[in-house]
Design a protein around this ligand. Structure first.
Ligand code: 5AD
Ligand code: SF4
Length: 352
């Protein structure tokens, strides 16, 4: 196998292998390449989950519109600004603003005001990533002009048929793909990702996901294991949920994505830790270089549950920082405080 040039069959075989030594070699190769391309520094993106109000109805997600068991909240603008200020004072290079999907004018205006407010309170220093779903090209442009410079929009699966099986009919894969193009056009560093271990998903689908990231020339990857949420339609389709299998499949995807995409930023997502207490450290050791500590106010954390077993819902932001920093140091890495930590791929793409 040529590790510098893995083909589709290699990727499928590596996803499916039950040989532990092969898995260890995969992680070691990915880690080595990570040190060469993005280094040993882990960058923090403090995530503010500022609202769980969502107009969509994805079959897998705990805060989908039709889940009436969720207490809905939207943080006040003051609370969001305070959380952002805290992140800046802690020398986090950047924050992520995430919420359920809304596109009404009041929401678009509020986000625009928040972006300007955050830029102002941080002397323009704090980087801002948005993760606010599908919006019009005009909205993407307005938010970019107001100060956001990265955007995360997971394609969820690169296979349109699989996507269709996970969403109601009015959720459209092609529209989502177009959004990725609009984001690129508006000037953002663009991130996408998928869920790993979905019902009906094959190793070939996952290999094609990696090919999709490459074909779309993506700058950042945020992907994680699918984790059942008990109050969702998809839960009924999962006969046997095996956390260790999900964890290892997700780690292999991180490693393979590092090996194929080389110089992109890859997040070690919280969902890994829902499956194993060491999940996020394992993600770093498999090739990821970004961690997203939660900044959401304690009073709301328990209501932003996309999947079961979400960790850290009882921890406040300072505890999250200390805990993650300790986890990072234990695996021999360090935190890149006060740095944006942009994807080297973005500059390579821009300067090409
Ligand atoms: N398991 C794992 N990830 C999930 N997401 C939503 N629901 C789940 C779940 N049950 C992810 C989706 C979405 C992101 C914000 O959260 O990929 O894009
Ligand atoms: Fe809403 Fe996102 Fe959950 Fe879908 S995944 S229901 S868009 S919050």
């Amino acid at each position: 196998m040529d590790w510098n040039n893995l083909n589709r069959d290699d990727i499928i075989a590596l996803l499916e292998t039950d040989d532990e030594a092969t898995e260890q070699e995969l992680f070691a190769r990915a880690y080595e390449l990570k040190l060469q391309t993005v280094g040993r520094k882990v960058y923090f993106r403090g995530i503010i989950e500022f609202s769980n109000v969502c107009t969509k109805n994805c079959f897998y997600c705990g805060i989908r519109r039709d889940n009436t068991h969720v207490q809905r909240y939207t943080m006040t603008e003051r609370q969001v600004l305070d959380a952002a200020r805290w992140a800046w004072e802690q020398r986090y290079g950047s924050i992520v603003m995430q919420s359920g999907e809304r596109s009404d004018p009041a929401f678009v205006d509020m986000v625009e005001r928040l972006l300007r407010g955050i830029k102002e309170l941080s002397n323009g220093e704090l980087g801002i990533t948005l993760s606010l779903g599908e919006q019009t090209a005009d909205t993407y442009r307005r938010w970019f002009a107001a100060g956001a410079h990265r955007y995360l929009l997971r394609i969820e699966s690169s296979n349109p048929a699989l996507y269709a099986s996970l969403h109601p009919e009015d959720h459209d894969w092609n529209r989502r793909l177009n959004c990725l193009h609009d984001l690129r056009e508006a000037g953002y560093q663009v991130g996408t990702g998928v869920m790993i271990g979905l019902p009906g998903q094959t190793a070939a689908d996952l290999a094609d996901d990696i090919a999709f990231f490459r074909a779309q020339d993506i700058d950042m990857i945020g992907m994680g294991p699918y984790v059942v949420h008990h109050d969702t339609p998809l839960a009924a389709r999962v006969q046997h949920f095996d956390p260790q299998r999900q964890l290892h499949l997700a780690l292999r995807m991180i490693a393979l994505t590092r090996l194929v995409l080389r110089d992109v930023n890859i997040a070690s997502t919280t969902a890994l830790q829902a499956l194993d207490p060491q999940g996020r450290e394992m993600g770093l050791q498999a090739g990821a270089n970004i961690i997203m500590p939660v900044l959401t106010d304690l009073e709301y954390r328990g209501d932003y549950l996309l999947y079961d077993n979400k960790p850290c819902v009882d921890e406040n932001a300072s505890l999250c920082r200390a805990c993650l920093e300790r986890r990072i140091l234990t695996v021999g890495e360090e935190v890149g405080y006060g740095q944006l930590g942009d994807s080297p791929h973005f500059f390579a793409r821009r300067d090409a």
